[in-house]
Design a protein around this ligand. Structure first.
Ligand code: 6GU
Length: 440
């Protein structure tokens, strides 16, 4: 592969004589030519720029000078790329660098300065069928010229050419590599430095455990720093452990049907619309009832206890904590209602002073996805912040084994029984309780 870099500051690119790229050039793996754009000027002052047509600040680089210079290097057989660094281009990515390393024969880089290069230069070379024009940006900030971006492109593409990087395994687990994750953190000796220890698992010699730890760390890092990369992951390539880690950061998938092949970011909504909550409550309440319960009793309960007016009252009342959960920008998928001790009427004397988890319901398509744990954690967290340290109780139908098991997994224990009226029908409920505490 050959790079030709055109610039008004050829000295800027002397860094390409050094390190791995310098060695690769000496070894003949890579050719790099650096050329002074002013060599293609004809006037005494070697002028490469002029004032912008239409007015405005700064100077614009002349198309005629650039055209003569570029024509000289965009020649020969094979895949020819004209790369133009500009903050207004699409972002340079690892994927693009891999594609260039695999198929480009010649890359000519036009380094602009001042306000940029006359737009007709890119326009003209785009009309040439034997040339691909690639405008690219390094990121959302402005540099004084394209030279740093040219260095970046040569290094990012050059190191992917076989033989340039000594140990090809170094390329496998990198950030922005195939896994679509940032790289895990790395450590070397000393094992203890200024009181910071290397994570113990890395010294265990257990390769399976080390691999899992590194994968977890990569997932955590990416979830914290680059939500855009999590959103782009293919959900079907993630295992159970991956999913559990991402769930901690609010990224979930519905279990069935599974229409999303990408993780979905769930957000807690601290003030859900009471009408939306009432609609969700009407949809989800029947699933929590035993089959023996008459439909009209369920309908009566929905009409009186789960109305928009009731939820509007809870939303406005300081003794109640109403929460929703939804995918970013999507419909409400779950809601919870906590009654603080002042509003709770516990059915057992020993629960006096406890808060009450009065409701916690999820849309059917999201059950089993981990969304329940997310909502419940948020509800308990807010209850704990209101009461400090204390207890929270709940009642759920004694026949609803799925719910009872789910609450047991979240630390609730059986405390007794109560009778609960749905419409006029008495129902047998279990009462469960757990401690809550502000987690500082
Ligand atoms: Cl490629 N060029 C300039 N001048 N500024 C930039 C850039 C490129 N990428 C980010 N900022």
């Amino acid at each position: 592969m050959r790079f030709d870099i055109l610039t008004v500051f050829p000295g800027y690119l002397s860094a390409l004589d050094l390190s791995l790229i310098g060695k690769a050039r000496q070894a003949g793996l890579l050719e790099v030519g650096v050329h002074d754009l002013r060599d293609w000027t004809t006037d005494r002052h070697r002028t490469v720029d002029d004032t912008p047509v239409g007015g405005g600040a700064g100077m614009v680089m002349r198309a005629d000078v650039w055209g003569k210079a570029l024509d000289e290097y965009l020649v020969g057989e094979g895949v020819k790329i004209l790369a133009i660094p500009t903050p207004s281009g699409p972002r340079l990515t690892q994927e693009l660098c891999e594609s260039l390393a695999a198929r480009a024969d010649r890359i000519v880089i036009a380094c602009g300065r001042y306000e940029g290069i006359d737009a007709r230069v890119a326009e003209h070379y785009r009309t040439r069928e034997d040339i691909e024009v690639l405008e690219f940006s390094l990121g959302d900030y402005v540099l004084n010229g394209g030279e740093v971006a040219a260095l970046t492109l040569v290094e990012a593409v050059g190191r992917l050419i076989p033989g340039v990087v000594g140990n090809p395994e170094s390329l496998v687990e990198e950030s922005h590599g195939q896994a679509g994750l940032l790289e895990y953190p790395v450590y070397t000796r000393p094992l203890d430095w200024r009181g910071h220890a290397v994570p113990e698992v890395l010294t265990s010699g257990d390769h399976g455990k080390v691999a899992r730890w590194r994968r977890d760390a990569a997932l955590r890092r990416t979830a914290q720093r680059r939500p855009d990369m999590i959103r782009a992951l293919n959900a079907h390539e993630l295992d159970k452990d991956d999913r559990a880690i991402l769930a901690e950061y609010g990224w979930l998938w519905p279990r069935k049907p599974e229409p999303f092949s990408h993780p979905v970011r769930m957000l807690i909504d601290d003030s859900p619309d009471p009408g939306e909550v009432a609609a969700l409550a009407a949809r989800t309440f029947p699933d929590a009832c035993p089959p023996s319960l008459p439909a009209d009793a369920i309908a009566a309960h929905i009409a009186t206890e789960l109305s928009e007016e009731k939820f509007a009252h809870y939303a406005a009342d300081n003794d109640h904590q109403l929460l929703g959960v939804r995918a970013e920008g999507g419909p409400l998928l779950g809601y919870s209602l906590v009654l603080l001790p002042s509003a709770s009427r516990p059915p057992l004397a020993e629960l006096a002073g406890a808060a009450e988890l009065s409701k916690c319901y999820l849309d059917a398509s999201w059950r089993g996805s981990g969304l329940n744990a997310l909502l419940l954690t948020a509800a308990l967290d807010r209850a704990a912040h209101a009461v400090g340290s204390g207890r929270i109780w709940l009642g759920t139908n004694a026949g609803n084994k799925r719910a009872i098991r789910a609450y047991e997994r979240r630390g609730f224990e059986l405390a007794g029984r109560r009778t609960y009226l749905v419409g006029d029908e008495p129902n047998d409920d279990v009462v469960m309780v757990r401690d809550i505490d502000v987690a500082y």
